[in-house]
Design a protein around this ligand. Structure first.
Ligand code: URA
Length: 205
């Protein structure tokens, strides 16, 4: 079973590395498919590769990645035990925001990653990642609140890079990681609410 899932993930990675579905492929050094074990219970979804990720083909290896690793270590989670992906797999020029058509072109890859990994908890990092699940919400209002959609718990957070640029956000980010720890410990299952009526749950990861 895991052999089949592993093969599916390897196939997906090969397709991402060869992808030409949007113009971003022309400027990449490397596509960045994702990283982490098949049996990860938590999946983090960032925005897009930056310079260092593009150079190495691995997600979150630059300054934001270093901060993410520290945040995880701070709540006793080994980074190698979580799965990390991005909404788009190739670096936008100058690290600009992803365009809608780039997000749409990459969407099937992220959907397949979700199906293969089957995480229990999906942590969205930043508004682009959150917007795919909760298009009508504002991150400043919903960060740190868990929502169950079908069998998956979504946990929106600010992007670690946002906190590096705006240090006043660090307090919120660090408090949200503490809440994630509590969530992992099953401390507030009762508070997790169903966020959306079924009709709006369609395009969720
Ligand atoms: N920021 C992201 O959103 N993803 C990365 O992989 C690196 C930085």
């Amino acid at each position: 079973m895991d052999t089949a899932r592993n093969a599916a993930l390897e196939t997906l990675y090969a397709e991402v590395r060869a992808c030409t579905h949007c113009p971003l492929h022309a400027g990449r050094a490397n596509a960045v498919p994702g990283a982490g074990p098949l049996d990860a219970e938590i999946m983090f979804i960032g925005e897009a590769p930056g310079f260092h990720e593009d150079q190495q083909g691995i997600p979150f290896v630059g300054a934001a990645g270093q901060y993410l690793s520290e945040l995880l270590a701070g709540i006793g989670v080994d980074r190698t035990r979580v799965y990390i992906a991005n909404v788009i797999k190739c670096r936008p020029p100058g690290n600009r925001d992803p365009l809608d058509e780039e997000v749409a072109a990459c969407e099937p890859f992220l959907n397949r990653q979700m199906e293969i990994i089957r995480p229990k908890i999906v942590v969205t990092l930043g508004r682009h990642s959150m917007a795919r699940a909760f298009p009508n919400d504002k991150i400043s209002l919903v960060h740190g609140q868990a929502r169950r959609v079908n069998e998956v718990i979504y946990f929106p957070m600010y992007h670690p890079a946002a906190a590096l640029h705006r240090p006043s956000l660090k307090t919120d980010v660090e408090a949200d990681f503490q809440r994630l720890r509590e969530l992992l410990d099953g401390k507030w299952e009762a508070e997790i609410y169903r966020a959306l009526p079924a009709a709006e749950q369609l395009s969720l990861f």
